[in-house]
Design a protein. Structure first.
Ligand code: HAM
Length: 457
């Protein structure tokens, strides 16, 4: 049997690969207006970064990382030697830890400087059980703002994410924005203790995993999919009743900014998210219909302690990431289709081989002028060349025949109207030379200009 792509991965074939490029370009454009600049970090980092940054007890780090050791040290390991921390590497399960590491390493936010606003797009890797909307390699677009703790940063970030969804075609009314505050070092420990005490009271009813969570990370129990646990956790203490004054003020301000920007949201005091670095604001955007359980198309929040966690000076941060593949599913659920990648302005067909050299030269000139076009490379019959032109969706077919060429002309057929006209090749070349200065500026309508105006009916 022919080999298949690994489980949980997906090939982006041309239509989708082109859409992914458009998706990233739209993100760069919109987030650029808010001052976000691109950053690229490696797809693998030292495992220790994720352990320290995301948290050892999280599912992402404890169960889902693809971890390797660099080859040289495998031999040492097999010899019974130990592996140096810097040789223990993991594929990135998310982008935040790597970006914060880069900010610290390159001192992108020197003391007193303005915040660093960064965006990224690329593959992330999590060894999860694959299902619809859940892959082992998936693409994220994310932003991180380091160096400012003001609630306006959080609100601005959420607003631009919602603007992005709308720009890409996901209807805002098909989404739900959930927000919460996770508190800070001052108020969260007491809240965690309160949740743990509540869970201990219900230990007999909770699943084994939740009883383990009660010891390690009680807040994670809010994410348990077991219906009994979910029902019990409904009655657990709510973080919003335990926030300190500063966190409450911050949370209220974020909500006020969102309201004043007409962004609809729901408060969800059980929203805890699966990564340990969050402080204060957390949020998630879900699609309300047609996506099953994997309905989160993006999420994030504030992480004011993460820079210190990875060895930097105190630097508050806020960010989010959206899942590209889930956005595609959301578009499908909303009845949208990805436009085909193929575009063909013209096709040059040859009546026989005597005209190939001339035809070849014109195809080049047209491409240099910014048009998208093709000719046959397999000596097909004229009929098959027309079939191919049709399949490619050519707007026009230029037919090179020895008789017309002898008079410096070629026949052009408009493939929509099926009308034909003779065009003067010298005039076509003059017009192409005019386009030539701006190879990417020519619109498809120029094909009409090119052929429509030059021929005699
Ligand atoms: P996250 O919620 O783990 O957050 O992932 C963000 C988004 O990535 C999800 O909402 C979902 O759309 C997509 N996603 C996650 N896992 C998968 C998967 N297995 N298959 C397909 N899509 C998936 C983060 O990653 C944080 N780094 C966000 C952040 C940035 N927080 C602060 N800054």
């Amino acid at each position: 049997m022919a080999l298949q792509a690994p489980e949980g991965t997906r090939d982006l074939l041309p239509d989708e690969a082109k859409f992914w490029t458009h998706f990233k370009a739209t993100a760069t454009d919109i987030f650029g207006r808010y001052g976000y600049l691109p950053i690229e970090t490696p797809v693998f980092e030292q495992t220790e970064l994720f352990v320290r940054g995301i948290g050892e007890a999280t599912d992402v780090v404890s169960k889902e990382m693809f971890t390797a050791i660099s080859g040289q040290n495998l031999a040492t390991l097999l010899d019974g030697g130990s592996i140096k921390a810097k040789s223990r590497l993991s594929l990135r399960p998310e982008g935040t830890a790597g970006v914060v590491r880069a900010v610290v390493q390159h001192d992108l936010v020197p003391q007193g400087a303005q915040p660093a606003k960064l965006m990224y797009a690329g593959p992330m890797f999590r060894a999860e059980r694959p299902q619809k909307g859940r892959q082992r390699q998936f693409n994220q677009v994310g932003i991180e703002c380091l160096g400012a703790e003001e609630p306006s940063v959080d609100a601005e970030g959420i607003i631009m994410l919602m603007r992005f969804y709308a720009a890409i075609g996901i209807p805002v009314q098909a989404t739900r924005l959930l927000v919460n505050s996770m508190g800070c070092d001052a108020c969260r420990p007491a809240y965690r203790d309160a949740v743990k005490a509540y869970m201990d009271e219900h230990a007999d009813e909770l699943c084994d995993e939740c009883n383990r969570r009660a010891e390690l990370n009680p807040l994670r129990a809010f994410d348990c999919k077991n219906p009994t646990c979910a029902a019990i956790m409904e009655g657990a203490p709510k973080i919003t009743d335990h926030l300190c004054d500063d966190c409450r003020e911050h949370y209220e301000a974020v909500k006020t900014y969102l309201t004043s920007a007409d962004i609809a949201f729901e408060e969800d005091p059980t929203l805890v998210r699966g990564l340990d670095y969050y402080t204060r604001t957390v949020f998630e955007v879900q699609v309300t219909e047609g996506m099953g359980s994997q309905n989160a198309i993006g999420g994030g929040g504030r992480y004011d302690k993460l820079a210190e966690e990875v060895g930097g000076r105190p630097t508050p941060g806020f960010g989010w990431a959206l899942g590209y593949e889930r956005c595609v599913l959301a578009l499908e659920a909303a009845g949208q289709t990805i436009p085909p990648a193929q575009r063909c302005d013209f096709f040059v067909a040859c009546v026989d081989d005597s005209v190939r050299a001339e035809a070849f030269s014109l195809v080049q000139a047209m491409r240099d002028a910014g048009l998208t076009g093709e000719m046959d490379h397999q000596h097909r019959s004229l009929k098959s060349q027309f079939k191919l032109a049709d399949k490619l969706g050519a707007v026009a077919v230029v037919v090179f025949g020895p008789d017309e060429l002898a008079t410096g002309k070629a026949k052009v057929r408009n493939m929509q109207t099926h009308t034909e006209r003779l065009v003067d090749l010298a005039a076509v070349r003059t017009l192409l030379a005019r386009f030539g200065g701006d190879p990417y500026g020519v619109e498809a309508t120029s094909v009409d200009e090119l052929f429509g105006n030059l021929g005699d009916e």
